[in-house]
Design a protein around this ligand. Structure first.
Ligand SMILES: Cc1cc2nc3c(=O)[nH]c(=O)nc-3n(C[C@H](O)[C@H](O)[C@H](O)COP(=O)(O)OP(=O)(O)OC[C@H]3O[C@@H](n4cnc5c(N)ncnc54)[C@H](O)[C@@H]3O)c2cc1C
Length: 505
C-alpha cells in the first residue's frame, strides 16, 4: 500500500486497543501491513483486561469472563497468539444453578438439537409444573425456524412482549427468561430486544456440544502482550495513553487521525475500534453509524472479589436466578480455575493455595450505585453462603469491589437493526462488540468485528482474504428447520403484520 497524496505513517491506523482493535491489528500485521494502534488509556485490553489487585497482589480481571467453545474467532486468535491452552474448560457440566436452595446441575445429552436439553427440563420438573414448561414449545419452534433476517424483524418489540404473545407462562418468564436475559444480554427481559434474546436462544437450542471455559490466567495475559508483540515485530506500534481526538479528512475520505497530544498521523485506512460513546464523538454528524453509536446505552456491572482463609467450594462456576431485589447472578471460585496463581496469602505473605478466591458479577447494577462497597461485600457474602454454607465459617481476608460503567451496550428494542456494518465512511472501518456481528456484544463479537474490519481493509486494497469465522450454523432438527422451513418475512426483513414497536427506555 502507498499513497500519492501524503506521507503515510502506517498502512493502517487502529483506534482502540481492546479485543476488537488488537484482533484487527494482528490479522493485518499477518498480511504484511504496518499497523499503528492508538489507545487512549495507559493500558491496553479495554473491557477485557486484568490487573494486580492493590491489596493482595493477585491478578484480578475487570470482572470474571466466560468463554464459549463456540467462540471460533476468539479461539482462533488465541491459537495464533499461542495462549489457547490457557483456557480451563468445564467438561463435567455446563454450570450449576442454585434455585430456592436446590442445586441444579445443567447438563446436555448428546441427542440431536434441540432434544439435548431434555435432561435439564426433567430436573426442573419438581419446581416447574409440566404445563408451565410446555408453554415454551411455540416460542422454541419459532426461534428454531427464523433466519437471521427474520430474527431482526423482532427487534422492535421487547423480549417479554414476544414471549407473552407466544403464550409463554408468566411464571416461566419471571423465573427462566428474566435470568437468561440478564445473564446473556445484560438487560432485564422487559427492556431487551426480542431479536437479541431469540437469536441467542436459537443458538442455545441449536447446539448440543456447548461448553464454558474460563481463563486460567488474567484476561490481559491471554492476549494483550502477545498481540502487541506481533504488531510491533511487524513494524507497527501500539501507542498507549495516545487517544484519537479527531479524524483527518481529504476529499470526503478519512486519511488519518489527530491524537490527544496534537500529533497528526496518516494512513491509507483507519479502523475505529472504540466503544460507542467514543465512536459517537469521532464519527461525522451525518453518518448513520454515529447516530447508532449515540443511541447505545451502557449496561453497568459491579464485580466483587473475596479472599478467604480456606477452601469453601470445589465448584468452578455457579449461578442464581436473577432478582431485582438481590445482587449477584454468577459466581466463580478462581482457586479451582487458575493454574496455581491465585490464592490468598498467609500472614507471612506466602501463597495459601488452600483458600478460596471468589469472584461474582452484579449485572445491570443501577441498584448498587448508592450502595457502599462494604454493603456490596456483605450482600455478596450472604448470597455466597446460600450456595456454600462453609463461607459463613471461613475468615474473609480481603475484598475488592470493581464498579464498571459499561460492560456491554444495552440491546434495547430497536438497537439490533441499527448496529452498524464494518464500512462506515470512505477510508474508515468500524469494529467493536457493538457493531453488526450477528452476535451479542461479547468477546467473540469483538474479535469477529476486528477480523471483519481486517477483511474490509484488505478488500479495499484489492486483497481478498477470508479471516472472520461465521456465526455457527444451528444443527440437528433445529438446523434443518432453520434451513427448510417456509420463510415468513419480506426480503428486507421488515416485521410481519401485527408486530408493533416499543421504544427503548
Ligand atoms: C465485567 C465484565 C464481564 C464481561 N463478561 C463477559 C463474558 O463473560 N463473556 C464475554 O464474551 N464477554 C464479556 N464481557 C464483554 C467483553 O469484555 C466485551 O464485549 C469486549 O471486551 C469488548 O471489546 P471491544 O474491543 O469491542 O471494546 P473495548 O474493550 O471497550 O475496547 C475499546 C478500546 O478503545 C479505547 N478507546 C476509547 N476511546 C478512544 C480514543 N478516542 N482513542 C483511542 N482509544 C480509545 C478504550 O480505552 C478501549 O481500550 C464482559 C465485560 C465486562 C466489563
Amino acid at each position: 500500500m502507498s499513497s500519492s497524496i501524503q506521507t503515510l505513517d502506517y498502512d493502517v491506523l487502529v483506534i482502540g486497543a481492546g479485543l476488537a482493535g488488537l484482533s484487527c491489528g494482528v490479522r493485518l500485521t499477518d498480511r504484511g501491513l504496518r499497523v499503528g494502534v492508538l489507545e487512549s488509556s495507559d493500558v491496553a485490553g479495554g473491557r477485557a483486561r486484568s490487573w494486580a489487585d492493590a491489596k493482595t497482589g493477585d491478578t484480578v480481571d475487570i470482572g470474571p469472563h466466560v468463554i464459549l467453545n463456540k467462540y471460533a474467532n476468539m479461539l482462533g486468535l488465541l491459537q495464533r497468539l499461542g495462549t489457547r491452552h490457557h483456557i480451563q474448560w468445564e467438561t463435567r457440566k455446563l454450570l450449576t444453578v442454585l434455585d430456592k436452595g436446590r442445586r441444579i446441575p445443567i447438563q446436555q445429552w448428546r441427542l440431536p438439537p434441540p432434544f439435548h436439553g431434555a435432561r435439564n427440563l426433567l430436573r426442573m420438573l419438581p419446581t416447574v409444573p409440566l404445563h408451565v414448561m410446555a408453554s415454551n414449545l411455540r416460542v422454541a419452534w419459532d426461534a428454531m425456524t427464523r433466519t437471521e433476517t427474520e430474527m431482526l424483524a423482532l427487534d422492535g418489540i421487547s423480549a417479554r412482549h414476544h414471549l407473552e404473545s407466544m403464550g409463554v407462562h408468566r411464571d416461566f418468564i419471571d423465573w427462566f427468561w428474566a435470568s437468561a436475559s440478564i445473564a446473556l444480554l445484560n438487560v432485564p427481559v422487559e427492556q431487551c430486544s426480542a431479536a437479541a434474546l431469540m437469536r441467542v436462544f436459537a443458538q442455545m437450542i441449536g447446539h448440543n456440544d456447548a461448553a464454558f471455559g474460563f481463563p486460567k490466567v488474567g484476561l490481559s495475559d491471554l492476549y494483550v502482550p502477545q498481540a502487541i508483540d506481533i504488531i510491533e515485530r511487524g513494524g507497527g506500534q501500539v501507542m498507549l495513553a495516545c487517544g484519537a481526538d479527531q479524524l483527518q479528512w481529504r476529499d470526503g475520505r478519512v486519511t488519518g487521525v489527530r491524537t490527544h497530544r496534537g500529533r497528526v498521523l496518516h494512513a491509507r485506512a483507519c479502523v475505529l475500534a472504540a466503544p460507542p460513546s467514543a465512536a459517537a464523538r469521532l464519527l461525522p454528524g451525518e453518518a448513520p453509524a454515529r447516530m447508532a453509536a449515540a443511541r447505545m446505552q451502557p449496561s453497568p456491572y459491579v464485580s466483587t472479589y473475596l479472599w478467604f482463609d480456606r477452601r469453601i467450594t470445589r465448584e468452578r462456576f455457579w449461578a442464581r436466578p436473577w432478582s431485582p431485589r438481590e445482587f449477584n447472578t454468577d459466581f466463580y471460585d478462581l482457586t479451582n480455575i487458575r493454574s496455581g496463581g491465585n490464592g490468598p496469602r498467609d500472614t507471612d505473605g506466602a501463597r495459601n493455595a488452600a483458600g478460596s478466591v471468589i469472584a461474582a458479577n452484579l449485572i445491570w447494577s443501577h441498584r448498587a450505585f448508592d450502595v457502599s462497597d462494604d454493603e456490596i461485600v456483605a450482600a455478596t457474602l450472604r448470597e455466597l453462603t446460600d450456595f456454600t454454607p462453609d463461607a459463613a465459617q471461613a475468615r474473609l481476608l480481603s475484598a475488592s469491589v470493581h464498579r464498571i460503567p459499561m460492560a456491554v451496550p444495552c440491546p434495547y428494542p430497536g438497537t439490533e437493526r441499527q448496529r452498524p456494518e464494518t464500512q462506515a465512511v470512505p477510508g474508515l472501518y468500524l469494529a467493536g462488540d457493538w457493531t453488526h456481528t450477528g452476535l451479542p456484544s461479547c468477546m467473540e463479537g469483538a474479535t469477529r468485528s476486528g477480523a471483519l474490519a481486517a477483511e474490509a481493509v484488505l478488500a479495499a486494497a484489492g486483497v481478498r482474504a477470508r479471516i472472520a469465522c461465521p456465526v455457527p450454523e444451528t444443527r440437528g432438527l433445529a438446523g434443518l428447520l432453520r434451513r427448510f422451513w417456509p420463510r415468513r418475512t419480506s426480503r428486507d426483513g421488515s416485521a410481519p403484520a401485527g408486530v408493533g414497536r416499543t421504544s427503548a427506555p
